[in-house]
Design a protein around this ligand. Structure first.
Ligand code: KG4
Ligand code: ZN
Length: 446
């Protein structure tokens, strides 16, 4: 972690990490106004000389710059990728360049619709993707003010995810690359979550990644763009799925403050008013000396508590489930860190742990992970919350990473299929279990 992508533009690492909104990111990572101003003025001069116009319009200048694949807000001639994401319940698209500039993005979230039906109904998700994909891609492209012909490639999530949802993004993308005659880069959704951190921070391989979302839960060592060692995964459901189910059992949708929040976010919100010591819950898999996770048992236990207790205790239940989830995640991650150091897969000092996926946007869980990284001389890095949940930026960025590495760029799109199930990397979880590493106790004073 030497310098961050924005450092050459005079931004402090803290300022770069703090940028969150698309506009802030764009502004923070853009060249200094005077540098851009010079390029703009030179272009104006060339245009006025060659076209004989005294003061060419902004539109003309930008059009001229685009003819060199130059985008206002970037200094050089960069590769530009359009990313499309439809693997679950978000229709998202973004245009990102090689240096990590987000040139345009758009997202349509289906969360509110699915909250009303008490979970994702795949044909409903499919229909909503169909209704929105064209507009979302158009919006991302328009916001970027680049012409589709300036794109270097189109990258789209094709695995893993809901079959009906993946299908919409894939068929739209194949049609688009056919029309534009651009290369296509198929994207693994979890690979994209894992690599997002390299857009926001300068992180070198290898690093450890913890991906916790509504559909996934895994720990992996990231050795390269497409080089993953899987250390452990959930044996049943993902933590976000469990939190969504608990939120539903607690009818959090009826709480005015939480009515539009995802289950996990609602639990985090309510837990702030609760007392986690009210219920003493032992985290799952205490005896298994591996890096696997389990959340079904916890969900059932919480269900029993909900049945026994009064509704007023919702905040305490939220606090307890959040705390137990955090402790469970920390313990498995602790073992993964010790295993990687023991096998020299990670450096002994300053190894990087990246946490991403929707559940990693939870600040209580982040604080718990920070206790772990402080105790193990590691650095915790998390993308900003809006890049932890599903988005188009991470897909476009994964496309950039693959373009730079020259991996998986397809010119022939004949045999592309989506894959609802697809493991990530080489599974070495048996080796992890055989190492049977005992994890020292950590005080979770949260
Ligand atoms: O990564 P994501 O957008 O989609 C999947 O790939 O699953 O993650 C969505 C999940 C949902 O289960 C949601 O409840 C959970 O992430 N989530 C949270 C928070 N925000 C979203 N869980 C805990 N705390 C949050 N603040
Ligand atoms: Zn996701």
């Amino acid at each position: 972690m030497t310098s961050l992508p924005g450092a050459r533009f005079g931004l402090s690492p803290a300022a770069i990490r703090a940028v969150d909104s698309p506009r802030e990111r764009r502004q923070a990572l853009a060249p200094a106004p005077q540098e851009e101003g010079i390029i703009y003025r030179v272009s104006m001069l060339i245009l006025s000389k060659t076209a004989g116009v005294l003061k060419p319009s902004k539109r003309k200048v930008y059009g001229f710059l685009r003819s060199f694949n130059f985008h206002p807000g970037t200094l050089f001639l960069h590769k530009i990728v359009l990313g499309i994401e439809t693997s679950c319940d978000d229709t998202a698209a973004a245009v990102v360049d090689e240096t990590g500039n987000v040139l345009g993005e758009a997202i349509h979230s289906q969360t509110e619709v699915h909250l009303k039906t008490g979970g994702i109904i795949p044909p409903v998700a499919q229909q909503l993707h169909r209704e929105n994909i064209q507009r979302i891609v158009q919006e991302a492209l328009s916001a970027s003010s680049i012409s589709p012909s300036d794109l270097s490639a189109v990258a789209t999530t094709i695995k893993p995810g809901l079959a009906l949802s993946l299908g919409v993004g894939l068929s739209f993308s194949l049609q688009l690359v056919g029309q534009l005659k651009k290369p296509f880069i198929p994207i693994h959704h979890m690979e994209a979550h894992a690599l997002t951190i390299r857009l926001t921070n300068k992180v070198e391989f290898p690093f450890l990644v913890l991906l916790i979302s509504g559909g996934h839960c895994l720990l992996a060592l990231v050795q390269g763009v497409s080089d993953f060692l899987l250390l452990g995964k959930s044996l049943d459901i993902a933590p976000g799925d469990m939190l969504d189910k608990v939120a539903r059992r607690l009818s959090l949708i009826k709480h005015p403050e939480c009515s539009t929040m995802s289950g996990g976010k609602a639990i985090e919100h309510l837990a702030k008013q609760g007392n986690r010591f009210h219920f003493d819950i032992t985290p799952p898999l205490q005896r298994a000396k591996n890096c696997d996770f389990s959340f079904t048992g916890l969900q059932h236990l919480i269900n029993k508590i909900i049945i026994q207790k009064e509704k007023e205790e919702a905040a305490d239940i939220a606090a307890a489930v959040q705390h137990t989830t955090a402790c469970h995640i920390v313990k498995r991650t602790h073992r993964a860190i010790l295993f990687c150091k023991q096998k020299d897969l990670l450096p002994q000092n300053n190894a990087v742990l990246v946490a991403s996926g929707g559940v990693a946007s939870n600040f209580y869980i982040r604080r718990a992970l920070e206790i772990l990284t402080n105790a193990t001389q590691c650095t915790l890095l998390c993308p900003p919350p809006r890049l932890c949940t599903d988005n188009g930026i991470m897909i476009a960025w994964n496309g950039i990473e693959r373009l730079r590495a020259g991996m998986g760029i397809l010119h022939d799109i004949e045999d592309i299929r989506y894959e609802p199930k697809c493991p990530l990397g080489v599974d070495i979880s048996k080796e992890v279990e055989e190492a049977a590493i005992k994890v020292p106790r950590l005080k979770m004073n949260l």
